[in-house]
Every structure is written in structure tokens, then in C-alpha cells.
Design a protein around this ligand. Sequence first.
Ligand SMILES: CC(C)(COP(=O)(O)OP(=O)(O)OC[C@H]1O[C@@H](n2cnc3c(N)ncnc32)[C@H](O)[C@@H]1OP(=O)(O)O)[C@@H](O)C(=O)NCCC(=O)NCCS
Length: 331
Amino acid sequence: MRRTIFAGVGHYLPERVVTNQELEKLMDTSDEWIRERTGIVERRWVKEGDTVSGLALKASEMALERAKMTSADIDLIIFACMESDSEFPGGGCWLQEKLQIPGIPALDIRNQCSGFIYGLSVADQFIKTGHYNNILLVGAEIQSTSLDLTTGGRDMAVLFGDGAGAAVLTASENGERGVLTTHLHADGVYTKKLWAEWPSVTHHPRITPEMLETDRIYPKMEGRYVFKHAVTRFPEVIHEALEKTGYSIKDVDLVVPHQANLRITEAVAQRLGIGMDKMYSNIEKYGNTTAATIPICLSEAWKEGRIKEGSLVAIAAFGSGFTWASALIRW
Ligand SMILES: CC(C)(COP(=O)(O)OP(=O)(O)OC[C@H]1O[C@@H](n2cnc3c(N)ncnc32)[C@H](O)[C@@H]1OP(=O)(O)O)[C@@H](O)C(=O)NCCC(=O)NCCS
């Protein structure tokens, strides 16, 4: 049976480390509050001139090297990101130009924190049907430039960071290994619970000097509301993947959840009935990097030896939309 396997995973984080103490100088917050409520100690921010596709390129190069492939082997790019280097085109074309692989398709996925798993599901369908053989799947984000760095935006500003992760996905005829199942969900009733309103096509022109004077150009969130939904949806969508494949949570070697808040990860572990030793977490170093989070985790977990060939890995995400998703992978 033809399945999708991870041939290589890579990641890249900007060099600039931004500690909680640094944020204390910008807004009314404290290291203690951020650690206690979120588990985050520091995050990475880009420097002036950095691009989403530039971060993505570095993560892709690591993934390709680990897969023992070159960009010439890739026959489809799938790029998950909220925002690109420009209003349009999307990140896939910007990355394609940097990888110098003209002509192949470049597909953008815009599903926020669930973007990487949405992209994985799309890639899996293409590989299983034999339409494509080697797919480069990337999640990359620059968040820091969109945040309100005053006290008014502190609930969001302390959570998010910049980074990129990538996976080279390839076909395997060995039916044992690979992506066993993927599950995607969304509920647009909740669009305004976590969103950035402006600039928007509902106005002509899309952005005006007056808009820049308001806080409606910054991302907004009802934090507690998002938290409650997340701790329900994560276990639910992981169970969905287990039921589909006939596995139990005890069979899973590592759960890699989207890194939104350490308290969410702990609550999910509790609801799943597993210890934190089975939950991957790196939120203390990077915060929430949206679509980049899961591939960064996979790349680090692989490097640390916590994911090996044959490991059963569950990945799950929840985010703006709301969107949520899971996949079960025999690595
Ligand atoms: C944002 C989040 C950390 C806030 O934690 P919380 O325990 O729910 O805190 P609350 O929102 O109830 O706020 C408690 C107080 O802290 C304040 N506060 C918010 N952010 C703060 C910050 N960065 N520093 C200090 N105080 C802060 C609030 O203003 C509030 O003050 P008040 O009691 O005087 O009104 C939490 O709700 C969360 O993580 N939600 C989910 C976020 C998420 O996952 N988003 C992405 C999904 S992919």
C-alpha cells in the first residue's frame, strides 16, 4: 500500500531572542505572569528585512539535507502561513523562487495554527493517489511585526514568536510506515474569537491613515474562550484519529500538540490520561509560532531521538477559524 512518509524534517528560528524581561520594558506585564499563565520564557523575533520565505528556505534546506534530496527532487510545494512576504502572491511562490525550482506547483494553505496539518492532509492525498512523489511541506510565520506591543495588546504580544519548519514527504510502498490518517475540522461561527480585522476588503481603500490610529489593525483574541475550546478539541480530534486506526492512546509514543500555551498542553495530557513525558513541548523557547509550530517540534523531537523510525506519533492543532486537526503517523 502506498503511503506518505516523512523523509526529512527541518526548522529555523531567527537568532534574536526576546525574553519576558524585554517585554516588561515595552508593556505592563511580568516574567512571572507570562511563565505562570503560558509557560513561555522567551521567543524569537526577526530582524528588519527578514521574510517569511527566507525563514522557510532555511528550514527547507535542513529538511532536504536530512532527506538526502535536493530541491530538484521536489514536485510540489505546499506552504502553510497566515501571511506572506507580500499581500499577494502567497509564500509558496516566494519560496519557490528562492529554491530555484520553477514550473512545479506552489500551493498556499491559510489555516493559521492548523495550517501544517491541513497541508499534510492535502499532501497525503496527492501522494497516495500517485499524483506527486516528493512534496515539500512548510509552515512559516513572522508574527512579531503584527503585534500591538503596548499594554493594550499584551494578552497576544507575549504569546507569539517567529520561525519556520519544513518536511520532505515522499511515497513509500511499505504499507507499515507513514501517515495513517488525518482529520480536519473548522467552525466559522468563531471567526471573531481570534482574528485580525484590518486591513480588510470590506473597505475602499483597504487601509486608511485613520485605521492606523485604532487598535483594530492588531490581532485580537478572547483568550479564555479560545482556551476552553482548545482543551476540548485537542483530545477529541486525537481520539478521532485513534478510533479510525484502531490504536489506543497507550500505543502512542509521542503526542506533538500545537504549542499555544503550556497549560493547554498539560490539560490535554490530563484529559488523554497520559503523562507530560509523552507530550512534546518547546513553548518555553519559542512561544506560539502558528503554522510553524508543529514542524519545528517534529524537527527538534527527531533530532533529540524522541521520534525514531517506527515511532507512533500523534500530531494535533487548534487555532483561529476556529480550525482544528490531527494526524497519526507511523514514523
Ligand atoms: C491569553 C491567556 C494566556 C490569558 O490567560 P488567562 O489566565 O485566561 O488570563 P485572563 O485573560 O483571564 O486575564 C487575567 C488578567 O491578566 C491580565 N493580562 C492579560 N495579559 C497579560 C499579560 N501579558 N501580562 C500581565 N497581565 C495580563 C488581564 O488583563 C486580566 O486582568 P484583569 O483580571 O485585571 O482583567 C490564556 O487565556 C490563553 O492562553 N488563551 C488561549 C490562547 C491561545 O491559545 N491562542 C492561540 C490559539 S492557537
